[in-house]
Design a protein around this ligand. Sequence first.
Ligand SMILES: [Zn+2]
Length: 185
Amino acid sequence: MSLETPEGGAHHQDGLGEPDALDRLWTPHRMAYIRGESKPADDSVGECPFCRIPTLDDEAGLIVSRGELAYAVLNLYPYNSGHLLVCPYRHVADYTDLTDDEVVEVAALTRTAMRTIRAVSGAQGFNLGMNQGPIAGAGIAAHLHQHVVPRWSGDANFMPVIGRTKPLPQLLAETRRLLAEAWPV
Ligand SMILES: [Zn+2]
């Protein structure tokens, strides 16, 4: 397993996600310092990380697969290794704003994500879901995104409760590569 980490330096990773109160402890490798998104200043396209990320290349943006109307990207602030977000390219906030074709593609990408994560990592279960609106917990509410969170027995251990820290066994770049290579085209 080779990691493109600068000699003797920290690993820097761009990407998107919803910052939370947890620190990430990246094991077993050196600590990764994330240049993540801060909360967008407003709900505009110009401020939106979910609109910006598709303009980057796959490695820089942690994109696992690009569909016609939607894409799958690793969450920069994962709850578990392989935590993906499936997003339409279009800047829409609410599930009811999606076209029929977008609904189908978001669903199909979610299904493929589950199959691929299962094949790569042997996930035993999943949490799927969308937070609709800030009151429902959406950190970046202006652009719809569906969470795909793989689960393993014992993954919800004491660490987040006690240490406000989650141990992550793989750097995001490596996770992205593994999933992208296994993703059916
Ligand atoms: Zn957007």
